[in-house]
Design a protein around this ligand. Structure first.
Ligand SMILES: [Zn+2]
Length: 466
């Protein structure tokens, strides 16, 4: 099912009222955000406008963000909301068309841009302001809104459904810019017309519609990129997509040489309670635990959960440590092979009987489902040891003492939730922001709730104070 049937409500600041309710596809999402659905507090407080006030009350001249017509005769920034501040019209019932300068012929599917709400009323899906890069005609991870007025380039930061949702073989609204690996996945998994796919090599400056664009490694899933935009007037914007901030990023020349004016930040875990450990510590714990179980019970089947791409490092490390191959179903195997990583490709196998290490969708990692799964491989395997690698399994009580993690056990099925995250923890976010010292920060995750946005803004102000 595609997001083309979904309606999206925006509040007065242009944020989705419930940004997660629009995610329906269970296959290719970022697994950490899937679980987030259960944790998000319902948006009880909306339309407070305080985020909007904070946003431009800091003394920065935001006039470049306002369309020319709106600027004239309106010197002070007295817009009531961010729709006005960014020169975006509030949703109207009939979406208008615009011309986009891109060569491939395209059919427009205006009818698909209209979705029905619960009452059956038709309304258009409007792209939130924070998905549009000001001063450019670009949008980032904004495919579910169909044709965006005036947009000449659609950037995709990585291949997780909550970012590419809306892309399909019918896509015809303009060029899609992404990393080469993401480009391969878009073509292979979604059958998007290759004429629309524009791979951009990482660490290389590309001139697109007068804007210098550079993709940088994001330390998230394979192919994930940070996108750096340098405008003609010298302003720089950095969109992190999803990322896990790390020391390596502090050596990116582009991030050290010039100040970032606006940082669009992955705020999945922007809360001091999330202090989960480095990925290496978690992977070492997983390998240690696996060895321990195999010593006790050599006929143990080891299962690693993963929704789509991401978490490869967990099972590749187990595979290398134990000297065993990795079994996955054919569709995942095809995706993994497309990465072109020799150390991964060489370890994949097509028979579940010949490998004690299986990769399964996270949804299968429940005692009942694993019990059923084990039956297929009995009597060769008599027990299952499974790992759910996601930051949401982090518990403050356990902290970084991974050996204190208590698994869920039911008979011969043991499941460990391990805080292996491909998003930044709170400390990493803070360190990254303190290093970057951007003029402004726009959070891109957990923004569906005004109270959350306010809290995040207060953290940002604190970090930028000293
Ligand atoms: Zn992601």
């Amino acid at each position: 099912m595609e997001s083309e049937t979904l309606a999206l409500d925006l509040d007065d600041n242009g944020f989705p009222i419930d940004s997660l309710s629009s995610e329906e596809e269970p296959v290719d999402r970022d697994s950490e955000k899937v679980e987030e659905r259960g944790l998000v507090i319902p948006s009880a407080v909306q339309n407070t406008g305080s985020f909007a006030l904070d946003f431009y009350a800091g003394g920065t001249d935001w006039s470049c963000l306002i369309s020319k017509e709106k600027c004239s005769g309106n010197k002070g920034l007295v817009q009531k909301n961010l729709f006005q501040a960014w020169g975006i019209e509030k949703p109207s019932l009939i979406p208008s068309r615009s011309s986009i300068s891109f060569s491939p012929p395209r059919k427009r599917h205006c009818s698909k841009r209209i979705a029905e709400d619960r009452s059956g009323t038709e309304r258009p899906r409007i792209c939130p302001f924070y998905k549009k890069i000001p001063g450019t005609s670009f949008a980032v991870d904004a495919f579910r809104y169909g044709l965006i007025q005036g947009c000449s380039g659609y950037f995709l930061t990585h291949f997780h459904y909550d970012h590419y949702g809306g892309l399909s073989k019918r896509w015809s609204h303009g060029p899609i810019y992404c990393s080469p690996l993401t480009a391969r996945l878009v073509k292979m998994c979604l059958s998007v017309n290759p004429l629309f796919i524009c791979p951009l090599e990482l660490d290389t400056e590309h001139l697109i519609d007068g804007v210098k664009v550079t993709m940088l490694e994001a330390n998230h899933c394979p192919g994930a990129a940070l996108v750096h935009f340098r405008l003609k007037d010298g302003r720089c914007y950095l969109h992190t997509g999803d990322f896990r901030a790390c020391k390596m990023m502090q050596s990116y020349a582009l991030l050290t040489s010039q100040r970032i004016n606006v940082l669009y930040l992955d705020t999945t875990y922007c809360n001091p309670k999330y202090r989960f450990p480095p990925k290496e510590d978690v992977v070492n714990f997983v390998v240690r635990t696996t060895r321990k179980y195999l010593e006790k019970q050599p006929k143990t089947l080891v299962v690693v959960g993963s929704y789509s791409i991401g978490k490869e490092h967990v099972y590749v490390t187990i595979s290398q440590a134990l000297g065993v191959q990795i079994y996955t179903d054919p569709s995942r195997r095809r995706i993994l092979q497309s990465f072109g990583w020799p150390q991964l490709c060489g370890q994949l196998c097509s028979s579940g009987q010949t490998s004690p290490l299986h990769v399964l969708p996270l949804s299968v990692l429940r005692p009942e489902s694993l019990k059923e799964y084990l039956k297929k491989y009995s009597p060769q395997f008599t027990a299952v040891l499974a790992f759910r690698p996601t930051g949401w399994t982090y518990s403050e009580a356990t902290g970084n003492h991974l050996d204190l993690i208590k698994p869920t056990s039911k008979g011969n099925i043991t499941i460990y939730g391990v805080p292996y995250s491909e998003h930044s923890n709170y400390e990493e976010l803070r360190e990254f922001v303190k290093f970057l010292r951007p003029e402004r920060i726009i959070p891109t995750v957990n923004v569906g709730n005004a109270a959350n946005r306010d809290k995040m803004q207060s953290y940002f102000q604190e970090w930028l104070k000293t």
